[in-house]
Design a protein around this ligand. Structure first.
Ligand SMILES: Cc1cc2nc3c(=O)[nH]c(=O)nc-3n(C[C@H](O)[C@H](O)[C@H](O)COP(=O)(O)O)c2cc1C
Length: 343
């Protein structure tokens, strides 16, 4: 139904228009009594083998919605009805910001991929906190945090700490995002000096709470293996819970879409199928070659149940998706959940 009917209709609109349309339609539909129950009965699988425990968190399913889809926490309760075990909101910054000029989101149908240069458009942490306070479902929420565009990298820790403190009571885990390619200079925070300062600062704040929250770092797939090694050591030193692997890539290698179209689109992060194998390779490298002890959440190019299983077998405890949800629709979550149970 999704691929035959809904997707062709949505693809008539620009990607960003389609996104807003889906949000409006779902918000309206879920106000009709009974709709939530019907959607849940269609998509949510209740099976003792499905939940995954990570630290003190129990994920009802190992499949989550990746950051960027519900940046401002408008739709997490409704999205949970499609069978996600966790929803990552954000990236959230201290102050609201408009992001980059439109158009800034592009489809590459031949590659089943997207290119985006949204640039952390979001309503700011205070608005997001107010919405999260009204959480109705039991779905776990990840708070993906970043810095405002106008904040210098030297002051980045302040921005992350503002978001961390404000979100602390309304999220279940945190993600430190230093890997978006669309905020100028942000990825320089992945270098070991600034990253050490950032992670130490956040963990110090985290430890000041009676019950600290799990904290993950989200990395780019464009790092060298040397950089990945250094980051892995730092994650262990700073006692982070683990890594989210990965964000979008700036690489354009191996695309089917013609070069002219790609050049016309310009800068941005590539997500979807072309990202799959490299993000899995990094997971496998850390988990099997380096035998790291921390947890890994695998994301990038999951468009089928076997793509998700591939990430789990490489060493991920949980998986997330974004672009696969656009191309395959909500049925994908159910397919993955079924496959996870069968394993
Ligand atoms: C339109 C769009 C916006 C995104 N925004 C964010 C974001 O704000 N923060 C973040 O950490 N990742 C963001 N991402 C990256 C995704 O969370 C994910 O890491 C990446 O798309 C790879 O997964 P996928 O291939 O399943 O899409 C965004 C991705 C897309 C396509």
């Amino acid at each position: 139904m999704y691929k035959l009917l809904i997707k062709p209709l949505l693809f008539l609109f620009s990607p960003e228009q389609a996104h807003h349309l889906v949000f409006k339609m779902l918000k309206m539909a879920f106000k009709i009594p009974g709709v939530s129950t019907i959607i849940k009965s269609l998509y949510v699988i209740d099976d003792k083998q499905l939940p995954v425990v990570l630290g003190n968190l129990k994920f009802s399913s190992p499949v989550g919605l990746a950051a960027g889809f519900d940046k401002d926490a408008y739709l997490f309760d409704e999205l949970a009805a499609f069978g996600f075990g966790f929803i990552e909101i954000g990236t959230v910054t201290p102050r609201q910001q408009p992001g980059n000029p439109k158009p800034r989101l592009f489809r590459l149908p031949a590659d089943e991929a997207l290119i985006n240069r949204m640039g952390f458009n979001n309503e700011g942490v205070d608005a997001v906190v107010e919405r999260l306070k009204k959480r109705k479902s039991g779905v776990l929420i990840g708070g993906n945090i970043g810095k405002n565009k106008l904040t210098a990298n030297e002051d980045a820790l302040d921005d992350y700490l503002i978001c961390f403190e404000k979100l602390f009571d309304v999220v279940d885990y945190f993600v430190i995002n230093v890997s978006s390619p669309n905020t100028p200079g942000l990825r320089a925070l992945q270098e070991i000096g600034p990253l050490t300062k950032l992670l130490n600062g956040i963990q110090q704040k985290n430890k000041s709470y009676r019950n600290p929250k799990p904290v993950f770092l989200k990395i780019a797939p464009d790092l060298t293996f040397e950089q990945i090694d250094e980051i892995a050591v730092l994650v262990e030193q700073t006692k982070l819970n683990g890594l989210i692997i990965s964000n979008t890539t700036i690489s354009r290698d191996g695309l089917k879409t013609d070069t002219e179209t790609i050049e016309n689109i310009g800068a941005g992060g590539l997500s979807g199928k072309p990202l799959r194998s490299h993000s899995t390779e990094i997971i496998r490298y850390l988990s099997q070659t380096k035998k790291v002890k921390f947890d890994i959440i695998g994301v990038g190019g999951i468009h089928s149940a076997s793509d998700a299983i591939e990430k789990i077998e490489a060493g991920a405890k949980l998986v997330q998706l974004y672009t696969g949800f656009i191309y395959e629709g909500p049925g994908l979550v159910k397919k993955i959940n079924h496959a996870m149970i069968k394993r």
